[in-house]
Design a protein around this ligand. Structure first.
Ligand code: DON
Length: 317
């Protein structure tokens, strides 16, 4: 990746203002009517379908927020990139990827894929691989979840971030498909612990945050795991590269290929309606709108990202 060539190709992002983001938001906000709020987790179905927010965090730490900026939503699958970072830091990449693949997918996020054939999840972004990844983080009981929560609090610099007990309970009581994957992987010898480990996955999915927080997470991985305020405690170019590569090939599930073609940036979606985007070396983007397309990605969120990316020529390709 030629950072200099990329810096020259992209437009000057310091000109991104509230006005820029607002005009993109207003252009797209009504498209939520074409999507559907996730209701397979009953608590998620209660979300306000027309809520929308859009944030960016730039290199100098400048934050721009528009829309329902204080609105909290659950991060859901976006938590998978944090879990991956922690598991690889603790266990090493070779040990984690001995148990799962680096594959892309043409299957939905909750597909069993080849658990029944090779026995291993396709990648750490789909549910199976993510459940396994979290089970690889060390510690008894909810310790692995608490590590994920603490990392989210560190990256966002917001110690008040917590998880929604009601969404967690709702996921736990309805997540039988995830439970099925958990036990199949246990049967395959990939998981040795008990159902606490699955509960940690449900809890990490239920962490509540804002688009500003998502933009800070996108920024972190876009900048070698350096925080938006320059704190370099976790600086690690290699882990950032690994996480971004998984975001690029599987972060939007079976839509990832088309997304790479149109947006061309490492991104991770969650069924809560959030998407976090890493603009390498430059910026983090966070969007939220709970109505999803048929792949489980925020419909308005995708449209807003696409417009910003086109306007500033941000695709890495
Ligand atoms: O496992 C689940 O069903 C959810 N807790 C997370 C899935 C998710 O966010 C997929 N994203 N698009």
């Amino acid at each position: 990746f030629n950072m200099l060539a990329y810096a020259q190709k992209t437009a000057d992002i310091s000109t991104i203002s509230e006005k820029t983001l607002n005009s993109i938001l207003e252009k797209n906000r009504t498209y939520y009517t074409q999507g559907k709020v996730a209701d397979y987790i009953p608590e998620l179905g209660k979300m306000d379908a027309n809520a929308v927010a859009f944030s960016v965090v730039e290199n100098n730490g400048k934050i721009v927020n528009v829309g329902d900026v204080h609105k909290k939503f659950t991060m859901q699958s976006i938590s998978k990139i944090i879990a991956l970072m922690i598991a690889v830091t603790e266990k090493g990449e070779a040990n984690v990827f001995d148990k799962m693949g680096y594959f892309g997918t043409d299957r939905p996020f909750n597909h069993f894929s080849n658990l029944e054939t090779t026995g291993k999840p396709l990648n750490p972004m789909m549910n199976a691989g993510a459940i396994l990844t979290t089970s690889l983080i060390s510690g008894e009981g909810e310790k692995p979840f608490l590590k994920i929560l603490e990392m989210v609090r560190y990256i966002t610099k917001d110690p008040t971030i917590d998880y929604s007990k009601s969404v967690y309970e709702s996921e736990k009581s309805t997540g039988h498909r995830n439970r099925g994957m958990f036990y199949l992987m246990k049967n395959n010898g990939l998981i040795s612990g008990n159902e606490d480990q699955l509960d940690n996955y449900f809890k990490q999915c239920s962490i509540e945050l804002t688009t500003e927080d998502l933009a800070k997470i996108g920024y972190f991985f876009a900048n070698q795991c350096v925080r938006f305020d320059g704190d370099a405690t976790y600086k690690n170019p290699d882990i950032a590269k690994l996480v971004e590569s998984q975001m690029l090939i599987a972060g939007m599930y079976e839509f990832s290929g088309e997304y790479a073609r149109t947006v061309g940036l490492p991104s991770k979606s969650g069924v809560g309606g959030g998407i976090t985007v890493s603009v390498p070396g430059k910026m983090g983007i966070g969007v939220f709108s709970p109505a999803l397309d048929k792949h489980g990605n925020s419909l308005v969120g995708y449209r807003m990202i696409l417009d910003l990316v086109k306007q500033y020529n941000l695709s890495v390709f």
